[in-house]
Design a protein around this ligand. Structure first.
Ligand SMILES: Cc1cc2nc3c(=O)[nH]c(=O)nc-3n(C[C@H](O)[C@H](O)[C@H](O)COP(=O)(O)O)c2cc1C
Length: 405
């Protein structure tokens, strides 16, 4: 993500909503990620947060007045359009959305909007009734139809004290969309991708199952990164997780390894790239009891007959489209490289990503990972501890080199 945001020229437009204060956090984060940020505010926005805060955070004077020139000798709204690679309007008030939809240009923000030809991302936030009003809904649809990227509000606690739809989406979601808009032309342009993620649950009886601690974060990070890198279609087949679907990704929810195979089957032969990051259970109870197994019916020691689950990765590799690339993941606790290389060869993979949960910060659960990527030619890329998002990008960058252009 950082390499997409770094050195990019981002214009942030604030209109007069209560969520203006969250704009400070966003601008600060964008600057930390290396972006060059300029800020334009409506007069009403300055009633919520002063220009001084934004000036300090982005290191440049804040633009508020169509007729007061910040850049000597220039016309501000034209200068701003020349500067910006993306115009992010947040919070986008009902009023500003209406002005954008109808082409009104009666202040610096709306005048800049109508004069600019860079991508625009409007992040809407307002009270539920304002958001649900037919006028706002029609305006949003019209803007989307014209190519404005719209990030719709989330449901949650609102300034009025009520709960409902209208809340500004979280900072990382906004940055994700900015990166998606800015990065949507690169490594995976036009490619179709299948990612598997999360654990599987193998039922023993109606209330028990075998599983593992996978949260799905690595696979979801890969699906998100694939979207950012311009993939045309990203299918995410996932076991049970709490994670939100990344924007634009087609999600297929499954529970067991057998379900996962069923979901993968119609997709495996159609996509250009398969990344199997799911932690599929290798074994499942041989029989699933229809009723809860009673403790009293078992002896003090009991055995649980297990059967091997289907090999989804081997299936995807064997049934791949001609020229498609298949990447597997291996969680190994000992002889990592040797075991992973064995798996790569046995399943005829192009790459395998090995991680060891015994290394601090690696594998299950957390937001970080540390991995070694091996390829069929015996090459080896060692990646130090990094966020799963960054690892996903590094992996897809590497792998995309092998995909036919
Ligand atoms: C305390 C307060 C909070 C407000 N929050 C919002 C909001 O979150 N979203 C919105 O669309 N309007 C909100 N409004 C109403 C706008 O400030 C009002 O429609 C204003 O005309 C918008 O001006 P602008 O779009 O030129 O910045 C709020 C008003 C007040 C007084």
């Amino acid at each position: 993500m950082k390499h997409i945001i770094q050195k990019r020229h981002i214009l942030v437009g604030l209109s007069g909503g209560i969520a203006c204060y969250k704009g400070c956090d966003l601008v600060s984060r964008l600057v930390q990620l290396g972006a060059e940020v300029r800020v334009v505010m409506t007069e009403n926005a300055t009633r919520f947060v002063g220009t001084v805060s934004f000036q300090a955070l982005c290191g440049s004077p804040v633009y508020t007045d169509t007729f007061g020139s910040v850049d000597p000798g220039g016309i501000d709204h034209i200068r701003l359009t020349e500067f910006s690679e993306i115009f992010v309007i947040l919070p986008a008030t009902a009023n500003v959305l209406a002005k954008m939809a109808h082409g009104l240009a009666d202040d610096l923000l709306s005048t800049t909007y109508i004069a600019c030809n860079c991508p625009v991302l409007a992040v809407a936030a307002m009270e539920t009734k304002m958001y649900n009003h037919p006028a706002t809904q029609v305006n949003l649809k019209l803007l989307e139809k014209r190519g404005v990227h719209v990030l719709h509000p989330e449901t949650g606690y609102l300034a009025s004290g009520k709960k409902g739809v209208g809340r500004l989406p979280g900072r990382e979601r906004i940055i994700e969309r900015i990166a998606l808009v800015l990065g949507a032309t690169s490594y995976l342009a036009g490619k179709t991708v299948l990612v598997t993620a999360g654990p599987t649950q193998e039922a023993l009886d109606p209330v028990r199952y075998l599983t593992n601690p996978s949260t799905g974060k690595m696979g979801f990070a890969i699906a998100r990164a694939a979207m950012r890198m311009g993939a045309q279609d990203v299918h995410l087949v996932t076991g049970p997780t709490e994670l939100d679907t990344p924007f634009g990704v087609k999600r297929h929810d499954v529970v067991s390894a057998a379900d996962m195979l069923k979901a993968v089957k119609p997709l495996a032969g159609k996509v250009d790239l398969v990344v199997a990051a799911a932690a599929v259970s290798d074994f499942a109870p041989e029989k699933v009891s229809k009723t809860k197994l009673k403790k009293s019916a078992q002896g003090e020691k009991t055995t649980l007959p297990l059967a091997q689950t289907p090999d989804i990765l081997a299936f995807a590799s064997k049934n791949r489209k001609k020229g498609a690339v298949v990447v597997g993941f291996a969680v190994e606790t000992d002889k990592e490289i040797q075991n992973a290389m064995g798996k790569l060869k046995k399943k005829a993979l192009d790459y395998i990503v090995v991680n060891n949960p015994r290394n601090e910060g690696a594998a299950f659960g957390g937001d970080t990972n540390r991995a070694v990527i091996l390829d069929a030619g015996g090459n080896r890329v060692e990646l130090p501890l990094m966020s799963k998002d960054e690892l996903a990008e590094r992996l897809l960058e590497l792998v995309s080199g092998k995909l036919k252009k």
